[in-house]
Write a protein that binds this ligand. Sequence first.
Ligand SMILES: [Zn+2]
Length: 317
Amino acid sequence: MPKQGDTCPICKQHTLALSKQTCTDYISKQSFSLLHCTHCGCYVTHGELQQDYYGQAYYNSKKGKFSPLIEKIFKLNHQRNAKQFYQRFQPKRILEIGCGRAYLLKELKQLDCEVYCLESDEAADWILNNADVNMITESKLDFPAQYFDLIIYWHVFEHLPDPVASLRQMTTLLADNQRICISVPNADSYQAKLQLSTWFHLDVPRHLYHFTPQSLVMLLESEGYEIESIEAGDMIQNLYGWLQSLANLFTPKEINGFYRFLQGGKPLKTLSKTALITQLVTSIIWIPVGILGYLIETLAGKHGSITVYARKKHRKY
Ligand SMILES: [Zn+2]
């Protein structure tokens, strides 16, 4: 991971300075600081990364990250996303990096696409239970150059310790003139600026990079891509980001209580009753204000998460 004073790995044009923000992981309770690039606006999680920060208090169970009803909502949402991908690009061979419960790829497979998912070995232990998609781990990433015509990072790019190296690797696997899609939380959104340290989508230290639209544009253009569009990310992510970030203002020392309540199971057991009750009681305030915030953010184009579509330019080697 980069250090204070290093050149920003995303825009490669400015040095990273220590930001005043400190933030605490709601699971491990470990504190982190953030490095900031004033040129492209991105933040980088800074601190000692010691352990597995995912595991049992992050996922509800091997069946999913949430209780069954919420999982169902996610599934429906991904059905919609898959249809949009298909109508827009008619892709034949798709690679998704980090596919979670593979809802998106399973839908795309139903639409007759050839689908692959790249997962890390550690994550594979938890979620490699998907016979429908071709799961591959990093050690088995063996495809001819330009094999894929759509590569997707869906809320994964911000988790990678070296997103630039990953992007370069994927660029060789993507055919010329075809698309890469990167969806990430937006550190330049209003919900992030409300209070960055308790912003729901900051999620340190699982999120290692915190991108702004400008930082993604600079990175993709420097790697040979033409930006086709920058759009609002997933509506559920954007709305929920507002709701939970506002709720966190009432319990700044113990954040994401309502989120853990929705997850149920082991994540809920890690939460103090006082924090949960406070977030539930104050929902009378944060639900209406959050909906209003979401609407304002949407109208202003400062979405809580963004999806960037970029086309790989043909290069003469
Ligand atoms: Zn930068």
